[in-house]
Design a binder for this molecule. Structure first.
Ligand code: ARG
Length: 462
């Protein structure tokens, strides 16, 4: 059992089949620099507790620096016999500093508290990267909203024309959920940062007088774990992170679906930029929204990663179980997915050209101003139930006549009800309709401008 972290009580070495199953270096090697940072911090704690001489501690730091340097330059690699990143690094450290000093580093720690700590460090770093990429998308949406403050589009419910809205209002409705995702990452980060598990040992804590607060602050945590069993057994910090990744995926998939629809001949609302769309190998005319489709597709994968992870965690008895080794690949995949998807998606969003004429032309169609007639009647003193009926009768008359609501004559309005005086025409334009929805959060241009400012203030404060 040369080079292994365990073996004293075993007579023979592990079977190759077991080794093949057990090995995790092909995915946890990406944690090596975090493991090395943890080892530096742990060496300090051992030194502070009097378990290493100053020379021994210095030699360990030197050896760890050598490993970090050759890892960064791509020369440090695990060997097939290494079980995981922790075992590989201990073997490599011993090769560098010798077994007498290298063999002292493992005192008072276990791979269980080690992985629980460095996995947090890794996720904290990538949480910041993902948050930054989501903010880039929020800014792209805000930029497009800013550029189209005058444009009106058909607002929809049930995918049917409902009421006209500003295009900017609609785009910002995609930005707010993404900003909340960034906020969620901030909440998550504060919780994770206060909870360094080093010192939890395998599960019961350590007996060597080590200072977990020292390790915590060395690694950028604000505090250490209160319960060593919780510290080594819990992975809600992973599933919460995977949830936010999945939610980002879901949020962008909703915008993706709209972009795909908007780019159809039937909608003709947007034109994709050549550099952010793809062609067909057989149909020369094609211009496809592949980025949006990949976003829609990858959102399923992000949800799958969360579901897989939660399923691994379900009903696991305390404390550490080897099942927990399965916690990494799903969330690594979520991170890799978002880190490659978000920049492309943001580029597509930022470079979309909107056919605002077509949107404006369609906005009042499909009787989308019926609510405006009803609310105009209410402002004139008619009870809403009556107003709703009368506006519905206008829709029926217009439909029978084959026109939109503004195609009804004054006489035709008067025949439906004397309450429908020619003044009703004031609200029969999409612009008038949008203008009138001037309560907070509404689609009136000045409200949307305020909304955009509010969003940008929050982005700046993030
Ligand atoms: N590589 C393991 C993991 O990712 C940590 C090792 C713990 N192994 C053990 N036998 N206690 O969870």
């Amino acid at each position: 059992n040369e080079g292994k972290l365990w073996g004293g009580r075993f007579e023979g070495g592990p079977s190759p089949e077991l080794e093949a199953l057990s090995r995790s270096t092909h995915f946890d090697w990406r944690l090596a620099l975090y493991d090395i940072a943890g080892s530096h911090a742990h060496a300090k704690a051992l030194g502070a507790a009097g378990l290493l001489t100053a020379d021994e501690e210095a030699e360990l730091h030197r050896g760890l620096d050598v490993l970090a340097e050759s890892y960064t330059s791509g020369r440090l690699l695990p060997s097939p016999a290494d079980e995981d990143v922790h075992g590989a690094l201990e073997r490599l450290l011993i090769e560098e500093v010798g077994p007498d000093i290298g063999g002292k580093l493992r005192a008072g720690r276990s791979r269980n508290d080690q992985i629980a700590t460095l996995f947090r460090c890794y996720l904290l770093d990538h949480g910041r990267v993902v948050a930054g990429l989501v903010l880039d998308l929020v800014e792209a949406l805000a930029g497009q909203a800013d550029d189209h403050l005058g444009a009106i589009m058909p607002g929809r419910t049930h995918l049917q024309h409902a009421q006209p809205v500003l295009l900017s209002h609609h785009l910002l409705a995609h930005a707010w959920p993404l900003l909340r995702d960034v906020d969620r990452l901030g909440d998550w980060q504060a919780r994770v940062r206060s909870d360094s598990p080093y010192g939890s040992g395998a599960l019961a804590g350590q007996s060597l007088g080590l200072d977990p607060e020292l390790v915590a602050s060395e690694l950028g945590f604000t505090g250490s774990t209160a319960n060593s069993i919780d510290g080594t057994a819990s992975r809600d910090f992973v599933s919460e992170f995977a949830f936010v990744c999945a939610q980002v995926g879901i949020d962008i998939s909703r915008l993706a679906e709209e972009i795909i629809l908007w780019a159809t001949k039937e909608f003709d609302f947007v034109t994709l930029h050549d550099s952010w769309s793809t062609g067909s190998s057989i149909m020369p005319q094609k211009k496809n929204p592949d980025i949006a489709e990949l976003a829609r597709g990858k959102s399923g994968r992000l949800v799958g990663n969360l579901a897989g992870l939660l399923t691994t965690l379900k009903a696991l008895p305390l404390a550490y179980n080897r099942d927990l080794q399965e916690d990494k690949e799903p969330v690594f995949d979520s991170i890799d997915t978002l880190e490659v998807l978000l920049p492309a998606f943001t580029g597509q969003v930022a470079t979309l050209t909107y056919n605002t004429e077509r949107m404006a032309e369609l906005a009042p169609q499909g009787f989308s101003l019926a609510t405006d007639i009803a609310e105009w009647l209410v402002r004139e003193g008619t009870p809403f139930r009556v107003a709703h009926e009368l506006a519905g009768a206008c829709v029926r008359a217009a439909e029978a006549k084959g026109t939109d609501l503004d195609g009804l004559t004054d006489d035709e309005f008067a025949r439906i009800s004397p309450l429908l005086t020619p003044q009703v025409r004031l609200v029969l334009t999409a612009a008038g309709s949008v203008e009138s929805r001037s309560g907070r959060g509404g689609t009136a241009p000045e409200r949307v401008r305020e909304q955009l400012d509010e969003l940008r203030r929050m982005v700046a404060a993030t």
